[in-house]
Design a protein around this ligand. Structure first.
Ligand SMILES: [Zn+2]
Length: 621
């Protein structure tokens, strides 16, 4: 038997940041040995972007196109009106027809329409639909991290004519140099047999604010109509120097299992394909603007450090994915390491588009409705942890996704929340409780998760059971900036009028956070009219790190804790989620945090189920 022995101490020691799985040799099927002896790694080239890489990408695209219903509904014949292939085209694109000769061109949409009808027609799916449906050829898009904006290639009034006439890939204006990601993306699109790619900095004038605003509002269409999005993940570590194509960080042999000798014992060892390290956590995918590029695109090809990863609505894949059963068994664990939660949200979100004329979710389908609304909480959790260069972009950079959600559900959007499940969305909490350096941003109302910056946002899991709402939304005043502007974008102000039960809480001296303590709830701020006295478990989640720190310190020295709050909704019999408020002026309040009230006694009623007083009308800002 001639399997490969590697001594893990010497040969593999160089890869300190690469995680390997180990499993005793004897416990694995013998068939595995013959699989490995067939040298599956020989189907990978040493470089990402080699002919072998391109071959895999072609296979992924064609099987996605041929058999994925969800992906096809956007890019096939049976999709929603208005979302079929060829019905949208960006204002400008980059033409890569001459990329192999080292030259690219900037084209206007009108030029592309004129050219269309000759050689590009062959690239469209045949269709029996009317000829006006397929007006434009397909185009690709690029998700990339900008370098220093002044030192990268871009479209300016001064560079426009050069770009139109055609520029060499190694002399891109205005830097008169090469930008590796743009060069490789152009070559990739050309080599895969396509002609157009949209790249933000080359297709939007970078010296015109009005142009930027106009094009930013079409971003939703640019990405969701993109045939395939290229994600320059690894390049984002150093965008000025790294492109898509490169030597793999790990040689291709190490992307497959091997038998290693550790202290005279034989083990299987294999590298985790590690979606998480290679895709999710690269600097690019931690950028706020990139979240919706990825969520809105049907297909994304991630160029990572070790290999190329595929992500479409129905599948993820990677170059080293085993094609045989026994190898796949060995790697099954590894796949579980990926953050699939976010992908499910992506899929759920795209499924919204399958609907045609009926608003979604259908009113009778509660289960489905819940899934749809839950997908938004996953999107927020994902997006809120990403960084933005400009704090004022917090709502703008998520507006494309919000618009797509709105189109499908017909729901009302309110500063990052949806009216259709308003209580659910109000009860977000920030990661300040966990040390997240969360601060308040002035660009959103305090009741919206969008008013936090510097940390993450989370939601409690939606538990099966009965829900009771304790407030009523009376009115809302969401004013865009400028006032006639986009209500999904920048806001001037956003106020809610709510009918609710204002309560004042006191927790006992010596109370500790996760302990069951003595609790009083009062009707009045002076705490003279008590209506609940007993034991509860009360978790406090302040929105901002400063407040959370103060709270923890007071807790530490055993001070009484007092706060103003309103119950929002009760989940089952025992848990009530409440907002901690701070008074502003004139019955206006700001949100300060979330309070999770857990009742120990088995009573089906909470203190608020017995409320008989007139409710208060407050304004939350
Ligand atoms: Zn697909």
């Amino acid at each position: 038997m001639s399997f490969i022995h590697l001594n893990i101490k010497s040969s593999w020691a160089g890869y300190s940041d690469v995680k390997f799985h180990l499993a005793p040799l004897a416990q694995q099927p013998r068939a595995l040995l013959s699989e490995v002896e067939a040298h599956p790694w020989s189907t990978l080239g040493p470089n990402i972007g080699s002919d072998e890489s391109l071959g895999k990408i072609r296979q992924w695209i064609s099987s996605c196109q041929a058999s994925h219903k969800s992906c096809g509904s956007i890019h096939g014949h049976h999709g929603s009106p208005g979302l079929e292939i060829g019905t949208f085209f960006p204002t400008r694109v980059i033409d890569v027809e001459e990329a192999e000769a080292g030259v690219i061109f900037l084209r206007e949409r009108a030029e592309v329409t004129v050219q269309f009808g000759t050689d590009n027609e062959a690239r469209l799916p045949t269709s029996t639909e009317s000829s006006t449906m397929h007006k434009y050829p397909v185009y690709w898009t690029l998700s990339h991290r900008w370098g220093d904006a002044d030192e990268m290639p871009r479209l300016l009034k001064d560079t426009e004519s050069q770009l139109r006439k055609g520029v060499r890939l190694d002399k891109l204006p205005p830097i008169n140099g090469m930008w590796p990601t743009f060069r490789d993306a152009a070559l990739l699109v050309k080599r895969l047999g396509y002609r157009y790619i949209w790249i933000d900095s080359l297709c939007i004038f970078q010296d015109s604010d009005s142009e930027w605003q106009r094009e930013a509002s079409t971003m939703i269409d640019i990405y969701r109509h993109s045939y395939c999005n290229i994600s320059a993940g690894f390049a984002s570590y150093n965008p000025a120097n790294n492109g898509l194509f490169r030597r793999r960080e790990l040689c291709e042999r190490h992307l497959y299992p091997a038998v290693v000798n550790i202290d005279a014992q034989l083990w299987w060892a294999w590298c985790i394909p590690n979606w998480n390290d290679q895709v999710e956590t690269v600097p690019l995918n931690k950028r706020g603007w990139v979240v919706q590029e990825r969520f809105l695109a049907t297909r994304t090809i991630h160029f990572a450090g070790n290999q190329v990863f595929w992500e479409c609505l129905e599948d993820i894949n990677y170059e080293s994915k085993p094609t045989s059963e026994s190898l796949a068994d060995l790697e099954r664990n590894a796949e579980n390491c990926t953050t699939m939660k976010d992908r499910k949200a992506v899929l759920m979100f795209h499924k919204l588009k399958e609907t045609t004329t009926e608003p979604y979710p259908p009113p009778h389908d509660e289960e489905r409705s819940k899934e749809i609304y839950e997908s938004w909480t996953r999107i927020v959790e994902y997006y809120a942890s990403c960084g933005l260069t400009k704090e004022s972009d917090r709502l703008i950079a998520v507006s494309g996704m919000a618009k797509a959600f709105q189109e499908a559900t017909g729901d009302t959007y309110m500063a990052g929340l949806w009216k259709g499940a308003f209580g659910r969305y109000l009860t977000w909490y920030s990661t300040a409780y966990n040390g997240g350096q969360v601060r308040r941003s002035e660009y959103a109302p305090t009741w919206s998760w969008a008013s936090t910056t510097g940390g993450g946002v989370e939601f409690f899991d939606w538990v099966e059971g009965h829900y009771t709402s304790f407030f009523k939304l009376i009115g809302e005043r969401i004013v865009p900036e400028p006032p006639n502007g986009d209500s999904f974008g920048l806001l001037l102000s956003a106020e809610l009028d709510m009918e609710c039960m204002i309560c004042y809480l006191r927790l006992d001296t010596g109370w500790r956070r996760y302990d069951q303590g003595k609790t009083w709830v009062y009707h009045d701020e002076a705490r003279s009219r008590c209506f609940f006295e007993g034991h509860s478990n009360t978790d406090i989640y302040y929105d901002l790190i400063d407040s959370q720190d103060k709270f923890e310190q007071a807790n530490e020295v055993g001070d009484d804790f007092v706060c103003t709050f309103i119950p929002v909704w009760k989940q089952g019999n025992d848990t009530t989620l409440c907002l901690i408020l701070e008074r502003d002026v004139n019955n206006r309040y700001k949100r300060a945090g979330l309070l999770k009230w857990y009742q120990y006694n088995d009573e089906a009623k909470s203190p608020w189920d017995n409320w008989t007083r007139t409710k208060s009308l407050i304004t939350l800002i």
